[in-house]
Design a protein around this ligand. Structure first.
Ligand code: ATP
Ligand code: MG
Length: 297
């Protein structure tokens, strides 16, 4: 379901609908589908009223039903979105949701507004590839289901953004998070991949500077690329997309750091024909000066 449709749905919900959605949510850590009895006990809404509410939520596709050994209900992504957007609206963090900017592997990105001020909401969605993600992300191993996983991903990215922003690394200002949604500053820039830099070297320089600043905070990005760097009109860079970061203490941190650096070095070499040697030299020098040794060849 499109997010704008979900926003429309918010108008159709009354407090009793939120009560039921929240009751289901509360038990999602324990059940894949929350037994109907549990929902009745948690909300104190009895038949036939509860049936009407559940039917309504099913029709709006905010919940899913399981009819097997027992009857149970789960939230859909739309249901989780509705709860989170409702809270973000209630707490005065956004007043409107705008167009979708992109669909990533793991999240949808939308512009949202607080009155006229654009902001970015990143909504994690990892349900379909849950198994895949478990394979390559250590931290995901402790999540037991999709609900825990999306929230964990959001928390993880939000934590990194907060720490980096506080330490003056150029990342979007994290504003708040709610469940699986991160709300952050909108950066008026272009992805590096789409930018045509007249003077590429100062930008390369600035990117390496940010990587070094991240190291000082103890964070390695781990997915740094021409897609995850924004460049503003006045030549500032901004690093984005942090769910997969690792601590510098991670046993493979230096390997990940090298991969990040090489990705950027190769990109500037390919697109702007700057020699690999020169780029590597610039990067090594900056790292060395900050006390980090890394062999990039
Ligand atoms: N704070 C921001 N300000 C402006 N644009 C942003 C911001 N955050 C993300 N974007 C835009 O949305 C795109 C996707 O964001 P991001 O990389 O965080 O998500 P993703 O789901 O991991 O995407 P992918 O899987 O493609 O890497 C970015 O490439 C960028 O164009
Ligand atoms: Mg990205």
């Amino acid at each position: 379901m499109r997010l704008l449709e979900i926003v429309e749905i918010l108008w159709k919900l009354h407090p009793i609908h939120y009560d039921v959605l929240r009751a289901i949510e509360r038990y999602l850590r324990r059940y894949l589908y929350v037994p109907k009895d549990r929902i009745i006990r948690a909300t104190n809404i009895k038949s036939p009223k509860i049936d009407k509410v559940l039917e309504y939520l099913l029709r709006l596709k905010l919940i899913e039903i399981y009819e097997g050994k027992y009857t149970g209900y789960s939230l859909t992504y739309a249901g989780l979105d509705a709860l989170a957007l409702h809270d973000l609206g209630l707490t005065g963090k956004i007043t409107r949701v705008g167009p979708k900017l992109g669909v990533g592997k793991e999240a949808d990105i939308h512009v949202a507004y607080l009155d006229d001020e654009p902001r970015i909401i990143k909504l994690y969605r990892v349900k379909p590839s849950f198994k895949q993600i478990r394979k390559y992300r250590d931290y995901a191993l402790t999540a037991k289901n999709w609900y825990e996983l999306v929230i964990k991903c959001a928390k993880r990215e939000f934590y990194a953004l907060r720490k980096l922003y506080k330490n003056n690394v150029r990342v979007p200002r994290p504003i708040t998070m709610n469940r699986h949604i991160i709300l952050m500053e909108y950066i008026d820039g272009t992805e590096l991949i789409k930018a045509r830099l007249v003077e590429p070297l100062p930008i390369f320089d600035a990117i390496v500077d940010e990587i070094v600043k991240m190291l000082k905070v103890g964070i390695v990005h781990c997915d740094l690329s021409e897609y995850n760097i924004l460049v503003t009109a006045d030549g500032e860079v901004c690093l984005i997309d942090f769910p997969q970061w690792v601590s510098l203490k991670h046993p493979n941190a230096s390997e990940f750091l090298k991969k990040d650096l090489l990705q950027i070095i190769r990109y500037f070499h390919r697109k702007y024909h700057i020699s690999l040697k020169e780029l590597i030299e610039i990067a090594s020098k900056k790292l060395q000066k900050a006390g980090y040794k890394i062999e990039v060849e």
